[in-house]
Design a protein around this ligand. Structure first.
Ligand code: NDP
Length: 277
C-alpha cells in the first residue's frame, strides 16, 4: 500500500510542501502520496486522529498548528522541545514523535548552499517568534562568536534568550534585546526572522548592522527583493538570499527522517526560486 503523508495548516492552499515532497519522492523512487489538509481551527487533534486512522505515516505542520503538534506528540526531540513547536510528526504505532527542522534547514541553506560559515561569526537574528525559537539551537551548534536576538517587543527577546541560557546556552555567546541595543555593532550574518517582509515592512534595523562581506538572509520566500534585502544591498552586502532554500532543506530533513533517504535539494530550490530583483 502507498504510504501517506500530508501537510496540515490553516490556510493551506498556498503550501509548496506537496510539490516539494512529490518531487523528492519521484527523484528518490519512493512510493508515497503527499496531500494537504486544511485543519479546522481548534480541531487539530481530531484532524490528525482521522489522518492516522486512514493510514497516515507522517505530517508536516505549519501555521497555526506548530504548538498543537507539540502538545499532540508523545515524544519530543530536543529541538522541538527547545522551540516549543514542531513542524514535523512521525507516527510509529501508538507513539507520535515531534521534530522541528526549520532551524536545521536554515543552517544547512546558509552553510552548505550559500557557503557562508557561521563558526566564529557574529550573527544577528531579527524577531522573537516561532522561527527564531527554532533557529537558536541549530545556530549555536555551529559555534558562532555571538548570536544576538533583536525584537520589536524587547521583553519577548529577553525572556526567550533567558530561557535558552537557563537551559545551558552560553551568556558569552547568546544575548538579546531591542533594535536600539544594536548600537553601531556590525554582524557577519543578519537573518530576518520577522514576518515584516510579508507586508513589505522593514524592521527598524540600522544599515550599520550589516557587514558588507557577510550575508543578509530573509526567511520569507517568493517575494523577490524585500525591503530588508534592499537595505542590505544599500549597505554594500553582496550576498543576499531569501528563505526558499530553508523551506526546501527543512522538507529534505523531514523526508529523510520519514523515509531514510536523503533527497537532492538543488533542483527543487532552482524550481521554486523567485529571482531577487
Ligand atoms: P511569528 O508570528 O511567530 O513572529 C513574528 C515576529 O516578527 C515577531 O517577533 C514580531 O515582533 C516580528 N515582526 C512582525 N512585524 C514586524 C515589523 N513590522 N517590524 C519588526 N518586527 C516585526 O512568525 P514566525 O516566527 O513563525 O515566522 C517569521 C517569518 O519567517 C514569517 O514571515 C515566515 O513566513 C518565515 N518562515 C519561513 C520559513 C521557511 O522555511 N523559509 C519557515 C518558518 C517561518 P513582535 O514580537 O514585536 O510582534
Amino acid at each position: 500500500m502507498t504510504d501517506r503523508y500530508a501537510v496540515i495548516g490553516n490556510p493551506i492552499a498556498h503550501s509548496k510542501s506537496p510539490l516539494i515532497h512529490s518531487g523528492f519522492a519521484q527523484e528518490a523512487a519512493q512510493d508515497l502520496e503527499y496531500t494537504k489538509i486544511e485543519g479546522p481551527l481548534g480541531g487539530f487533534a481530531g484532524a490528525v486522529d482521522a489522518f492516522r486512522a486512514a493510514g497516515g505515516r507522517g505530517l508536516n505542520v505549519t501555521v497555526p498548528f506548530k504548538l498543537d503538534a507539540c502538545a499532540y506528540a508523545t515524544d519530543l526531540s530536543e529541538r522541538a522541545r527547545a522551540a516549543g513547536a514542531a513542524n514535523a510528526l512521525k507516527f510509529e504505532g501508538d507513539r507520535v514523535v515531534a521534530e522541528n527542522f526549520d532551524g536545521v534547514g536554515l543552517v544547512r541553506d546558509i552553510t552548505h548552499n550559500l557557503g557562508q560559515p557561521l563558526r566564529g561569526k557574529k550573527v544577528l537574528l531579527l524577531g522573537a517568534g516561532g522561527a527564531t525559537r527554532g533557529a537558536v539551537l541549530p545556530i549555536l551548534a555551529q559555534d558562532p562568536a555571538q548570536l544576538f536576538v533583536a525584537n520589536r517587543t524587547v521583553a519577548k527577546a529577553v525572556s526567550m534568550v533567558n530561557q535558552f541560557r537557563a537551559n545551558g546556552a552560553s551568556a558569552d555567546v547568546l544575548a538579546g534585546g531591542g533594535y536600539a541595543d544594536l548600537g553601531t555593532n556590525r554582524f557577519d550574518v543578519v537573518i530576518n526572522a520577522t514576518s515584516a517582509s510579508l507586508t513589505a515592512d522593514l524592521p527598524p534595523l540600522p544599515a550599520s548592522a550589516f557587514e558588507p562581506n557577510g550575508l543578509a538572509y530573509d526567511m520569507v520566500y517568493g517575494k523577490g527583493l524585500t525591503p530588508f534585502l534592499k537595505l542590505a544591498q544599500q549597505a554594500g552586502v553582496k550576498k543576499v538570499a531569501d528563505g526558499v532554500g530553508m523551506l526546501v532543506e527543512q522538507a529534505a530533513e523531514a523526508f529523510e527522517w520519514w523515509r531514510g533517504v536523503r533527497p537532492n535539494t538543488q533542483t527543487m530550490i532552482a524550481q521554486l526560486t523567485v529571482p531577487l530583483v
